[in-house]
Design a protein around this ligand. Structure first.
Ligand SMILES: [Zn+2]
Length: 203
């Protein structure tokens, strides 16, 4: 959310997506290759082993971070890994129809959405209307942290508090709350460290 100049033109970006997909189809991906057989087997249906709600940040793709292949993770990504109606519906779909036993809400250090919420709270920084609507989902999490802490510590606390708030919001919905309570699904929070690449699961 901080780059002011595009990395390339839209046409170049589209060409990169097409070239990447062509490598994928040929089985020549830069990342772990998906064999024809895997793709063919998945045509029958998916049975992902976990559902992950993560940030849209390009540095935190769950499939790469967890070294998971095609068909293994059911992934929802939205800036700031917040909950909203479409996301709640996607989580419910994952539970009702895909029966993934584990749900993970994963935030990450130096999250632009969390930083924007901190800037709004601390300095009254304004964003365009739809971004502000998104930040409305992050701002309440900041009530749980010490805003007077040093910036790095404050950021770390805000990222974790934002994950915990999303976890609480999920648990607050009747059916998800019941599923967590009776142990039929497990819901965990996590924070990805951009430096080390390590995912820390929260207690
Ligand atoms: Zn982020």
């Amino acid at each position: 959310m901080s780059a002011s100049e595009p990395a390339c033109t839209a046409a170049e970006a589209l060409a990169r997506l097409k070239a990447g997909n062509a490598r994928f189809v040929r089985g020549e991906t830069r990342f772990p290759t998906v064999h024809d057989g895997v793709r063919a087997a998945l045509k029958q249906g998916q049975q992902p082993y976990a559902t992950v709600l993560a940030c849209s940040d390009s540095r935190v793709p769950p499939e790469l971070v967890f070294d998971a292949g095609l068909g293994e993770l059911f992934v929802i990504r939205v800036a700031g890994n917040v909950l909203g109606p479409a996301i709640a519906g996607t989580l419910q779909y994952a539970r009702e129809h895909l029966h993934t036993p584990l749900f993970v809400v994963m935030g990450h250090e130096n999250c632009g959405a969390v930083q924007a919420a901190l800037d709004a709270r601390l300095h009254g920084a304004r964003q365009k209307a739809r971004i502000e609507a998104l930040l409305d989902n992050v701002l309440p999490a900041l009530d749980d942290i010490d805003l007077g802490a040093p910036p790095e510590q404050r950021m770390h606390a805000a990222v974790e508090a934002n994950v915990r708030r999303t976890l609480r919001s999920i648990r607050a919905s009747a059916d998800a709350g019941a599923a967590v309570a009776d142990g039929s699904v497990q819901l965990v929070g996590a924070v990805y460290d951009l430096d080390t690449g390590r995912v820390q699961f929260l207690d």
